[in-house]
Design a protein around this ligand. Structure first.
Ligand code: CP
Length: 307
């Protein structure tokens, strides 16, 4: 008999991306997040990371990711410091590498980095000895958001094997979409990306990914639908026919009956989806946010080799 063993470590010691991650590694983190949610409610593991210093270095705006990493670290007993980039020596011209080495010299063991440049987490790992967690690098990857989304979906619709997840909107500029594609297809789902041609360019040929350029083709029979905002900060422009892509309850009827709506946030209600759909009973948007804390607890604990 083969017994599945959940590894206690993540292969590289860092979390840069989910591309190439083994299904067991992803499922192991999702399962650990479920345990962490219960542990947090029961105030267990409150000193698991007491020897750790977790630094948050966010060079781009964030609410969900930054606060959930802070809460996750604190729930496990870590010392958490949040670099105020605008008020730091970055404003005096200090380089990214010098800033990160400064955090390391003061004892930081894990760095949670959000940066506008794709590959900044890998640079941080080469330049320092800290564990690095990618909290979003340009349009490249946002692995902990994808893990939160996958956990939310798994809990809502069950195992994802063969299920169709439609991702609608500005896919091309979206790190969340890329990480979700890797995560969801790694868990056996099929992903359909849909939007105006300029928003889905370049995804032809991705394994288990279908590209669609009409809303009807994107939504038809989908088991779940994820809306994305236009990433204006990365050069996206709202298409002239943007209202043709706005999701609402009527349009969601094209999807499978009961298909939930997701959005990684921040949402621009009235643009990519209506406020009514965002707060409808089938909306998982709030659960995606809530699951962000246990997912980040799981990531911090696993990278530290403590769970
Ligand atoms: N989804 C996401 O990354 O949200 P924040 O930018 O608020 O962290």
């Amino acid at each position: 008999m083969t017994v599945a063993v959940t590894p206690r470590t993540w292969p590289s010691g860092h979390l840069f991306d989910l591309a190439g991650a083994a299904r067991g590694q992803i499922e192991g983190l999702l399962d650990l997040a479920v345990e962490m949610r219960e542990a947090r409610a029961a105030r267990r593991h409150a000193s698991m990371l007491e020897a750790e210093i977790v630094a948050l270095a966010f060079f781009e705006a964030s609410t969900r990711t930054r606060i959930s990493f802070e809460l996750a670290g604190r729930a496990l007993g870590a010392t958490v410091v949040d670099l105020d980039v605008a008020g730091s020596s970055v404003a005096k011209g200090e380089s990214l590498v010098d800033t990160l080495r400064t955090l390391e010299r003061m004892g930081t063991t894990t760095l949670v980095l959000r940066h506008q440049e794709p590959g900044a987490p890998q640079l941080a790992a080469r330049a320092t000895g800290m564990r690095i967690v990618n909290a979003g690098d340009g349009a490249h990857a946002h692995p902990t958001q994808a893990l939160s989304d996958a956990l939310t979906l798994r809990e809502a619709i069950g195992p994802l094997d063969g299920r169709v997840v439609a991702i609608v909107g500005d896919v091309v500029h979206s790190r969340v979409a890329r990480s979700n594609i890797h995560c969801l297809t790694g868990l056996g789902a099929r992903v359909r990306v849909g939007g105006p041609p300029e928003w889905v360019a370049g995804f032809d040929g991705w394994p288990a990914v279908e590209v669609t350029t009409t809303l009807e083709a994107t939504l038809r029979g989908a088991d779940a639908v994820m809306a994305l905002r236009a990433q204006l900060e990365r050069g996206a422009e709202l298409p002239e026919d943007r209202l043709a892509w706005r999701l609402d309850s009527d349009r969601m009827r094209l999807a499978a009956p009961g298909a939930p709506i997701l959005h990684p946030g921040p949402t621009n209600e009235g643009v990519e989806l209506t406020a009514e759909l965002a707060s409808a009973p089938g909306s998982l948007i709030g659960r995606q946010v809530a699951n962000g804390v246990p997912i980040r607890m799981a990531v911090l604990a696993r990278l530290a080799g403590m769970a």
